[in-house]
Ligand binder design. Structure first.
Ligand code: URA
Length: 228
């Protein structure tokens, strides 16, 4: 008959001493590439940046906007005013603060010798109108942030004035109420640009009794820039 298949001889039992530990593999060999898309890098020149905003589809606001609202003013302005986002008139015209609130903002700036045509740059946290003027959502603010950050980097303003709770909270990544954010000087970004917070002109139109405090803030802006 057939020979019984021989049973393979047992391997030599492993030595009792544990093997030396393997060198830890570099992380890059153990883990796949980061699953998120690489961070978006906004164009680093004004024209490239404006073109990127004009054609942006980085968030859902692109589906409902009429025009993008990049910003306006001289690119060597020492003051940067930041609002929350375009409203209906801004969306139609492609320029920030051109509605009723914008008219008031222009008057406020004029009272301290400032204007968008001479020495103030005006922009928003988001460049596209949120439908129905709702507050911009976190994903929209995040998608638009590289544009605002590049604007700030290119402008190198001496001072940022953020108007209203939404702009202030988004800019400072804070949930504090406006009453807490208004008053102290804050700092933004890698250049630690000084930031002041004040009331939104649309709020002042509804609550004119707070115009006195707004005026105090404007004088603070004026004093700051006079010595900056
Ligand atoms: N309100 C804002 O915050 N920004 C504008 O551009 C217009 C109104």
């Amino acid at each position: 008959g057939h020979p019984t298949p021989s049973i393979r001889p047992r391997r030599t039992p492993p030595p009792r001493t544990p093997p030396p530990p393997a060198n830890p593999a570099p992380l890059s060999l153990l883990e796949p590439a980061a699953p998120e898309a690489p961070a978006y890098v906004a164009p680093a020149d004004w024209q490239g940046l404006a073109d990127a905003v004009a054609t942006c589809t980085r968030c859902k606001l692109c589906k409902t906007r009429t025009k993008t609202v990049f910003g306006v003013g001289p690119t060597d302005a020492p003051l940067l005013v930041i609002g929350e986002g375009p409203g209906a008139e801004e969306d139609a015209r492609g320029e920030p603060f051109v509605g009723a609130a914008g008219k008031l903002l222009d008057e406020m700036l004029k009272s301290v010798g400032r204007s968008r045509s001479s020495n103030v740059y005006i922009a928003n946290v988001v460049k596209c109108r949120p439908p129905g003027n709702r507050d911009p959502e976190s994903d929209e603010v995040a998608a638009c942030r590289p544009f605002l950050d590049r604007q700030i980097e290119l402008l190198q303003p001496k001072l940022i004035l953020a108007l209203g709770r939404i702009a202030a909270q988004r800019l400072l990544s804070s949930t504090a109420p406006l009453s807490k954010l208004r008053g102290p000087q804050h700092a933004y970004g890698p250049a630690h640009t000084p930031v002041l917070i004040s009331y939104h002109p649309a709020y002042l139109l509804r609550t004119p009794s707070d115009k006195a405090k707004s005026w105090a803030d404007l004088k603070q802006v004026h004093r700051f820039l006079a010595k900056a």
